[in-house]
Design a protein around this ligand. Structure first.
Ligand code: 3H9
Length: 692
């Protein structure tokens, strides 16, 4: 092999040059890769003995895109545009040979080539939108020319990769070659290209697909309408559509300029910074500082789930979906039947939507064994207790499970608040006990808080994180504290929201501000959805909070047609004059002088105390890193990914501003706003949460 540079090799097979990029882990287009690519193409084009060039990658994948870590830093190395000019301006066919994932800039490099071949398992995609940017190397100009505006817009706006087979159907690639024989297949294709002497095919010159859309702005209007809800609050998709429209309306080079402008604008936005941060945060979250990757894990073949209620059922479905057998246990036949019927109904509904075949449904149901006796979990490797939140009941179950479960089995409690150490203390195996806090609906929500007890063993943590990945969750390791990370912070927001509606705002004001900030719903709409009567009882109710008063009036949320809002039959919420009066009367009774509360105050009062609590959580070591807290809020509570999570948001606002506001609030409203020492320290040291 002749090395072009440290990550690029150029070899020759007869009259065909093979340019190999080898930059683990994913051949991202770092400065070295771009420089090597440019030099390699140049050398091969200049070599008179070479008649065609195959571009191929070593390792697990074709180029997976730009090097995301380079964004926002001063440019280094050779710009990709030089390779583009060298390929498209050259007089020898260049064939991209694709395996793994050709993503973003990687796919764009393949599109610069004259031909593309791939193995069937290869996948193609333009995921830039997920990073808050658009393509920067011609993706928005070339893909519509190959597959038409609608298909290209779908690929670009979804960011979801498509298969090699789909790529062939769409004409994105020219041939599929045998799995495992990419190099041979690409060489054979190159041979044919040489022999045919056909004129070189440049995607930039294709016209018919974009011409078809010219003069039809309604195509874009429809795409905008269809996607408006999905992209509420996001910026990049507008840029993507403008760039695709340029592919239709402008000559290629001008379209490229337009794409570049949109890219440059977006790459510096806070949204893109946030989304790039989240990309790395999603990967870091799996790493546990003192549990190295090579920690032994325990094989999990069968899972026991105690409780077939909403949580137990949803939790079971996760495992069934991943092909893991589940033993579900209830205390009465009726509850068991109800639980199983719900699981089946959920699967049948998915099948009706065409996302599962009837056979898939049967396979999943076939993996589920119902039982009425705890003894049934004796052969399970992992048992999740999912009964309701009551320490005595949980302890009782764990005492029994400890005797029943086989040696080495992991015992997990699905709790949102309770102390895992206390639960573990009633067993003879506290090292094999931990918390798994699933979010409702457990078969849908991606987040899993894995709660590490004082004594939880490292292999138990490693096994649980691995299992979480297997069932498609994103798991964050948290420590034992009331409400763990997510709910502990949520509590701060809820407290302030409740105070704000006494001081002068209405529930719909608070909800509107939180919704406009980007969350799917505000605290009061969320309470109505969950039910206001969680933890409430008629006997003990003393009309001491608005919530209690509402429950006493049987306004228990959406399920009773009324809560903080009034609901019509279709469950559309309307501000309620009844609630308004209740609030005003209650405030008067409490002697509160209501005042005008600004949207800005609502936002700061709801969010800054959460950030402050996040700082305390970090200080206490209950979360490993600020970015884990952000992952929890994005995946468990719908925090808008384009704001990066509460801790990243604090960095954007400036920790000093958050601290100053907390101090101001503390001076007038007291203890609830006492700044966390870590926040003070961060500001004193001019640091940010993300570089703690
Ligand atoms: C773009 O291309 C814009 C252009 O239009 C601009 C013009 C050129 N950069 O995910 P994994 C790291 S935007 C830097 O665990 P998998 C990753 O952090 C880009 N680093 O593996 C991890 O590091 P660590 C468009 C990257 O097998 C390691 O590689 N492209 C990049 O589960 C392994 O990653 C994308 O958005 C990168 N581009 O999945 C593709 N990619 O080990 C993003 C990965 O230290 N990448 N790393 O934690 C992916 O979707 C997945 O990584 C991939 C592999 C499917 C490729």
């Amino acid at each position: 092999m002749a090395a072009v540079n440290s990550v690029t090799d150029l070899t020759r097979e007869g009259d065909i040059a093979v340019l190999t990029l080898d930059s683990p882990p994913v051949n991202a287009l770092s400065a070295d890769v771009r420089t090597g690519l440019r030099a390699g193409i140049g050398d091969a084009m200049a070599d008179p003995a070479v008649k065609a060039i195959v571009l191929i990658c070593a390792g697990r994948t074709f180029i997976a895109g730009a090097d995301i870590a380079e964004f926002g830093k001063p440019p280094r190395g050779t710009p990709l545009s030089e390779s583009q000019a060298a390929i498209e301006g050259g007089n020898k066919p260049v064939i991209a040979a694709v395996h793994g994932t050709a993503l973003g800039g990687g796919f764009e490099v393949a599109l610069m080539c004259h031909y593309r071949v791939a193995v069937p398992s290869a996948r193609f995609g333009l995921p830039e939108i997920k990073l808050g940017i658009i393509q920067g190397a011609g993706g928005t100009q070339r893909l519509p020319r190959l597959i038409g505006v609608e298909n290209a817009a779908e690929a670009i706006l979804s960011g979801t990769p498509f298969s090699g087979k789909r790529a062939l159907e769409w004409g994105v690639i020219d041939a599929l070659v045998e799995e495992g024989k990419l190099r041979e297949g690409a060489l054979a294709f190159a041979r044919k290209a040489i022999d045919s002497k056909a004129p070189l095919r440049k995607v930039r010159d294709l016209q018919d697909k974009v011409e078809a859309a010219r003069g039809h702005p309604e195509i874009f209007e429809k795409i905008r309408r269809d996607n408006a809800r999905k992209f509420r609050g996001f910026e990049a998709w507008h840029g993507a559509l403008r760039a695709i429209q340029a592919a239709v309306d402008l000559p290629f080079d001008e379209g490229m300029k337009r794409e570049r402008e949109e890219f440059q604008k977006l790459v510096t936005t806070d949204q893109s910074k946030a989304q790039r941060y989240v990309f790395f945060a999603e990967r870091k979250v799996w790493k546990v500082a003192d549990v190295p990757d090579d920690t032994p894990t325990l094989p999990i073949k069968k899972v026991g789930v105690i409780g077939a209620g909403t949580m137990g059922g949803g939790i079971s479905m996760n495992f069934l979906n991943a092909g893991i057998a589940v033993q579900i246990v209830e205390t009465s036949q009726q509850a068991l039947d109800r639980g199983l019927a719900t699981i089946r109904r959920n699967y049948d509904n998915t099948a009706k939507k065409g996302r599962l075949t009837p056979a898939d449904v049967e396979t999943r149901m076939g993996l589920l064994s119902p039982g009425l006796n705890l003894d049934a979990v004796s052969d399970c490797d992992f048992v999740v207790e999912a009964v309701y939140e009551n320490m005595d009941i949980k302890k009782d179950i764990f005492r029994k499970l400890d005797k029943i479960a086989k040696k080495g089995a992991i015992l997990a409690s699905n709790t949102s608040y309770l102390n895992i150490d206390e639960i573990a203390s009633v067993t003879s195996r506290p090292d094999h006990v931990l918390g798994t806090h699933f979010f409702s609906p457990a078969n849908v929500m991606r987040l899993l808080e894995v709660v590490r007890g004082d004594k939880t063993a490292k292999p138990v943590i490693a096994t649980t994180m691995q299992l979480a990945r297997k069932i498609g969750k994103i798991a964050a390791l948290v420590g034992v504290c009331h409400g763990f990370v997510g709910n502990r912070m949520l509590h701060e927001r809820q407290r302030e929201a409740n105070k704000l509606i006494l001081e002068g705002a209405m529930p719909w004001d608070v909800d509107r501000v939180i919704y406009d900030f980007g969350l799917p719903m505000g605290p009061f709409a969320m309470s109505d959805l969950a039910g206001l009567d969680i933890g409430w009882s008629k006997q003990t109710s003393k009309s001491s909070t608005i919530r209690e008063i509402l429950c006493e009036l049987d306004r228990r949320g959406q399920k009773t047609g009324a809560g903080f809002y009034d609901y019509d039959e279709a469950r559309n919420a309307k501000p309620s004059p009844v609630v308004e009066k209740i609030i005003l009367d209650f405030a008067a009774k409490k002697g509160v002088n209501r005042r005008a509360v600004s949207d800005e105050e609502i936002l700061e009062r709801c969010i800054y105390p959460m950030i402050n609590e996040g700082a305390k959580i970090l200080e206490e070591g209950k979360a490993q890193r600020a970015s884990d807290i952000d992952i929890i809020w994005i995946n468990g509570y719908g925090w808008p990914v384009y704001r990066g999570g509460p801790m990243f948001y604090a960095d954007l606002v400036g920790p000093d501003k958050v601290l100053a506001k907390m101090k101001e609030f503390e001076a007038t409203m007291g203890e609830d706003f006492k700044p966390a020492p870590l926040l003070e320290r961060l500001v004193a040291e001019k640091k940010q949460f993300q570089n703690l």
